[in-house]
Write a protein that binds this ligand. Structure first.
Ligand code: GLU
Length: 484
């Protein structure tokens, strides 16, 4: 069996959207599953769209997701260089060969003339095809003159691993540009040469390349190159489901999701399942599971709907999974940079204790400051928040002060463990004859002034005895002062 060779071939344009990453995940999985080779190739021939630092961003994102390439920038390999701008001579060589064989020509036609042809065809209401304007005489090629393919328009049939058997008529085949004025190749030409020279067995890319495929088939034929397997990945659709996902549909770039604290595990899992499933109800997959279960025949051929709520849900699942299976230290290591500023004044061990009691409510790490600030900084006393709470509305201010006073005394004499604190809290219920919702809400708000917090005994335990008592006392005093 031939060894499977796949590639991810991004253009360094700076912005990594969800679809770009999915185009890296599937070829990675296919190669990893079959002990094949996954190549990273940087398609940097469009100088107008080039963004400084974009290649580094791509590599950093792939590393973050654990999509390690076997060949490519930084790694090297037998098929380099891996930047198209460094492969210029091979494109020229192949283009010249096509000229020699009468399958391509140097085309000196200037852009104004080309525009004129386009307008003429438009006026005549005929489809614009450059091959109808092919120059009768063409010069010897030299740098600075574009090279065009000489189309061989005819019906073409081919097989796509996802889309099935396809057919296109001659009307979509044209004299496409192979080499531009600046001496660099177009995507249309470069990828064919590179995939061939790099031994790619599968070309996996977005379905948007499908309309150009008949021209690619003509090029494979003219170059006598064996066509790799074509795998068109369906569009990712906007949440509404009726159009392709665009920047305006609320989907952030992968870099932004990462900044918000979406885990790499989640991103990989979510995007892999956006357009692929293994035929079961399973939703949470580790990288290893994806590798072992991935198969081309389960990639859907219709668009997959992007759903950010699901992404956040999945991130919550992954946070819990990592905590339970790998422990708090592993989860904690992934939270660097997300803690509130005041947390810097506290030891790691304390931050880990906080994480251990709040992780099961976290959806993304960017919530850490709002969810944990009261563990690191005394909250501002907000008597209004207490008195308007639905469980506390019927308590008089005097009663609030009295209950807090009783709580203070009982906790003062409590050994500071989860269990002992819980025992004291239970005793307090009996003693005050209050319902848990009432008494515990009161204490919870007095120590946190947060909309929600973990179980009360755990919150108190982590805050520590001194801090808990001081906060209960401060709130009690606020009510006493109000009474005076
Ligand atoms: N450079 C192309 C892009 O970024 C790659 C398409 C392909 O994978 O062939 O869309």
């Amino acid at each position: 069996m031939t060894k499977i060779v796949t590639r991810f071939a991004p253009s360094p344009t700076g912005y990594i959207h969800i679809g770009n990453v999915r185009s890296a995940i599937y070829p990675y999985l296919l190669a990893a599953k079959n002990n094949g080779t996954f190549i990273l190739r940087i398609e940097d021939t469009d100088q107008n769209r080039y963004v400084e630092g974009a290649t580094e961003l791509i590599m950093d994102t792939l590393k973050w997701l654990g999509l390690d390439w076997n060949e490519g920038p930084e790694k090297g390999g037998d098929h380099g260089p891996y930047f198209q701008t460094e492969r210029k001579t091979s494109y020229i060589e192949y283009a010249k060969k096509l000229i020699a064989e009468g399958r391509a020509y140097a085309d000196p036609t200037d852009s104004e003339t080309i525009e004129k042809y386009r307008k003429e065809d438009e006026a005549k209401k005929v489809p614009y095809l450059y091959r109808n304007h092919r120059p009768t005489e063409t010069p010897e090629w030299q740098e600075g003159i574009p090279i065009r393919f000489k189309a061989d328009p005819k019906p073409r049939d081919w097989h796509d691993e996802v889309m099935g058997d396809l057919h296109a008529g001659p009307e979509v085949q044209d004299d496409i540009i192979l080499i531009k004025k600046d001496g660099l190749p177009t995507y249309n030409f470069a990828h064919i040469i590179d995939d061939h020279l790099m031994g790619c067995t599968h070309v996996m890319r977005g379905v948007e390349y499908l309309p150009s495929t008949p021209n690619y088939l003509a090029l494979y034929e003219a170059l006598d190159i064996e066509m790799p397997k074509l795998v068109s990945l369906p569009h990712i659709l906007a949440p509404s489901g009726n159009k392709k996902l665009g920047k305006r549909d609320g989907a952030k770039s992968v870099t932004e999701y990462r900044k918000d604290g979406i885990l790499a595990e989640t991103m990989l899992n979510y995007l892999a399942c956006l357009g692929w499933n293994d035929g079961t109800e399973q939703e949470i997959y580790s990288k290893q599971e994806l590798i072992s279960k991935f198969s081309l025949d389960r990639i859907q051929n219709s668009g997959a709907r992007y759903d950010e709520t699901k992404l956040l849900w999945m991130n919550g699942q992954w946070i819990r999974k990592i905590f339970t299976e790998q422990g708090v230290d592993t989860l904690y290591n992934k939270t660097a940079g997300f803690w509130p500023t005041e947390a810097e004044n506290y030891p790691e061990s304390y931050r880990k204790e906080v994480l251990s009691i709040i992780y099961d409510r976290l959806k993304e790490f960017s919530e850490l400051p709002s969810m944990t600030s009261y563990f690191f900084k005394d909250p501002a006393i907000n008597t209004e928040m207490l008195t308007s709470n639905k469980f506390l509305k019927n308590l008089s201010e005097q009663e609030i002060a009295r209950l807090l006073n009783t709580t203070f005394t009982a906790l003062q004499n409590t050994e500071w463990t989860e269990e002992k604190i819980q025992e004291t809290l239970n005793d307090l219920l009996a003693k005050t004859e209050k319902k848990p919702a009432e008494l515990f809400s009161l204490i919870r708000i007095a120590v946190s002034y947060a909309p929600f917090s973990p179980a009360l005994n755990l919150t108190l335990k982590v805050l520590g005895k001194d801090v808990s008592l001081a906060r209960i006392n401060a709130t009690k005093n606020a009510f006493l002062n109000d009474l005076q």
